[in-house]
Design a protein around this ligand. Structure first.
Ligand code: DAH
Length: 339
């Protein structure tokens, strides 16, 4: 009988478990209720009385040996063990994957494009480093217009003037120079202005330019198109109003206001207690601009508009500080996981 004890003890000592299955095999063989050591206990009744004590002690020793070995196998497996990297525990719950999310500015740009694509607009783009002609002159800016001056524009070169574009209206010119009407195009893009960074202003931001040129395009078309847009971008009960304004490249010109998305007209600091917030500029393309691009203003007319993508995004999601868009703070970005 003592050989059998030695045999089992030896088997326990040399046992190696490199994964959960092998650990389970050990448990079944030496620890579970019906195991080889348990079997020895059942043989106790056949052992002569004078040998019972020694027999019992030996069985207990084996039992303790198995328990200790089992614990050490568990410890070595859970601490990485020898081969355990090759055998991941498939029964462990998965760790949560952190997926990236769509940036709120991207979400707004995509929604913008979606709304206008459905009414026949395409998407066009132009360079961020622009010449004076496309950024200013072709857009009918007078020679000494303040927007050309150093405090607004980041010039890269003087004479001939090369600058970071100050607005996406430059893309209007490029499209009209290269395409024949009818033109229906949307130009999203990054723009640059020499402004101090604050909650409401940045030196790098995004605009969306819209342009529609065809025969008999009227101000009524402009109003109806933007009316449709704000109801789609915001809510069906969003109100829109046009305020007379001035831009060199449109005549007449209007600024576009919508009913405040934050307080819904009750008055708050976003709308400065007026119930209205400005989302951009618009107007009928000035005949001089059409001519500059080789389009006959007697045959064609059109409207244009330009909006700040940041501004629209802030109103859509109730974001109060423009700087959040570029800080890349995951606590901010994670709030848009569902977009
Ligand atoms: N370019 C103007 C700006 O940056 C916005 C704008 C106003 C664009 C009127 C237009 C427009 O196309 O018609 O402030």
């Amino acid at each position: 009988m003592s050989d059998r004890f030695k045999e089992i003890a030896e088997e326990i000592k040399v046992f190696k478990a490199s994964n959960a299955d092998e650990l389970e095999q050990f448990r079944l063989k030496f620890i579970s209720r019906k195991n080889v050591i348990g079997e020895l206990f059942t043989q106790m009744k056949d052992v002569p009385n004078e040998e019972k004590k020694v027999f019992g002690q030996s069985v207990n020793e084996l039992k303790n040996l198995a328990q200790e070995k089992f614990q050490s196998l568990i410890d070595s497996l859970s601490s990485g063990g020898t081969d355990s990297e090759d055998y991941p525990d498939l029964t462990l719950p998965p760790t949560e994957e952190d997926f990236g999310s769509i940036h709120p500015l991207t979400a707004t740009r995509q929604r913008f494009i979606q709304i206008f694509e459905r009414i026949g607009f395409n998407v066009s783009s132009g360079p961020e480093i622009e010449d004076d002609w496309h950024n200013f002159t072709a857009l009918n800016f007078p020679e000494n217009h303040p927007a050309r001056e150093m405090q607004d524009t980041f010039f890269i070169e003087k004479d001939p003037d090369i600058a970071l574009r100050t607005h996406t209206s430059s893309v209007q010119i490029r499209v009209m120079e290269n395409e024949k009407p009818p033109i229906r195009t949307l130009s999203p893009g990054r723009v640059f202005r020499n402004e101090a960074i604050s909650a409401r202003a940045h030196c790098v931001f995004h605009q969306m330019e819209g342009l529609y040129i065809d025969k008999n395009v009227s101000f009524a078309d402009l109003k109806q198109t933007l009316y449709h847009f704000v109801k789609e971008m915001f809510t069906k009960d969003t109100q829109i109003r046009f305020r007379p304004s001035y831009f060199p490249f449109t005549e007449p010109s209007a600024e576009i206001d919508i009913s405040c998305q934050i307080c819904h007209g009750d008055g708050c600091n976003i709308c400065k207690y007026t119930g209205w917030v400005e989302i951009g500029g618009s107007g009928m393309v000035d005949p001089n601009v059409l001519e500059n691009c080789g389009i006959d203003p007697n045959e064609y007319s059109g409207f244009a508009f330009g909006m700040g993508i940041e501004r629209i995004t802030m109103l859509r999601y109730g974001i109060k500080d423009l700087r959040l868009f570029t800080e890349n703070d995951v606590r901010f970005l994670k709030q848009f996981n569902s977009l």
